[in-house]
Design a protein around this ligand. Structure first.
Ligand SMILES: [Zn+2]
Length: 315
């Protein structure tokens, strides 16, 4: 409830079978975990005994607790709790602006456009077919269970792709740039509409709606959260006012410069470019100004990682 009031989480609801299944084991001893081979490990779980798991990455030293979870696709996971070291700043003085795009998932001030991988068209079509099938399946029937499991597997594939993208992108950003400017989410709404305005209607409005929007929103939110963990103290949250209307070349704020969803054309200096990239350049410039202030004008010090913020465990 406290998280809900703080605005970071949704409204708490009742538990449901098959959803967020899992438990946490604390006070783990080193003798409770053992490695059987290169990719197989074993862990002692109270009341269950020795349970094997795939040793997919090194188990951190001195681990005190772990979580066992089961996702809706029926996959079991084990996660050993450890706070990872933040990624060191490259100390090149480079500042990046990152923004949620209207036409892409995220744009960089370097001109790169990033797209959160979603389900392919064929997978989306299959998902739709399965949802219809589910609606026709009789309650409590075997077929209904099978269809539900198939839907869960498809959705899990989508989630996996998004999480993988978020991890890789946030790591790359933290490695490449000293300071990363993002827009402050609390000021603008979570999901920007693809509809556009009356004068400049957006394209592909139908495709943007629904499924895609949720993926984009989750991808973006996760990217900012992970960036703050991986580059603590190096993420600057920028007030997004005017960032989409200001010309990043001459600084003029002109509402009509936004020629369409994708194109920004400055009427005073003639600068033309991708509208999303133009916004990220503005964010970058504001972030660079803040970063200098945050350093107290000491230009040699450079931005550094601060102590990582302690994140409370999920379970
Ligand atoms: Zn201009």
């Amino acid at each position: 409830m406290a998280n809900f009031v703080a605005g970071t989480h949704g409204r708490p609801g009742f538990r449901k079978r098959g959803k967020h299944e899992g438990f946490r084991i604390i006070a783990v001893k080193a003798t409770d975990i053992r490695r059987l081979s290169r990719n197989v490990g074993e862990v002692r779980i109270p009341k269950a005994g020795w349970i094997r798991f795939r040793w997919s990455r090194p188990v951190p030293d001195g681990v005190k607790s772990f979580r066992v979870t089961r996702d809706r696709a029926g996959r079991w996971f084990i996660a050993f709790a450890a706070i990872p070291q933040p990624i060191a700043a490259p100390r090149t003085g480079e500042v990046a602006g990152v923004d949620r795009g209207v036409t892409v998932s995220a744009a960089l001030s370097t001109g790169e456009l990033l797209i959160v991988p979603a389900l392919r068209d064929s997978e989306k079509a299959r998902l739709l077919r399965l949802v219809r099938k589910l609606a026709r399946a009789m309650r409590r029937s075997k077929r209904r269970c099978a269809v539900k499991a198939a839907i869960a597997r498809l959705k899990a594939r989508e989630t996996d792709r998004r999480k993988d993208w978020v991890e890789k992108t946030s790591t790359q950003l933290a490695q490449r740039f000293d300071v990363i400017g993002v827009e402050n989410l609390k000021i603008r709404n979570m999901t920007r509409s693809a509809r556009g305005t009356k004068d400049a209607p957006g394209k592909n409005v139908r495709q943007k709606a629904g499924l895609n929007r949720a993926v984009l929103a989750a991808g973006w939110g996760g990217l900012v959260t992970l960036l703050e963990h991986k580059a603590p103290g190096r993420v600057v949250k920028v007030d997004p006012a005017f960032t989409s209307r200001r010309c990043s070349a001459c600084g003029i704020v002109d509402r009509r410069a936004r020629e369409s969803q994708a194109v920004f054309r400055c009427r005073s200096c003639g600068f033309t470019g991708n509208a999303d990239v133009n916004a990220t350049r503005n964010i970058r410039d504001i972030a660079a100004g803040h970063a200098v202030n945050a350093r107290g004008g000491d230009r040699d010090a450079g931005p550094v990682n601060r102590e990582p913020r302690l994140v409370p465990p999920l379970a």
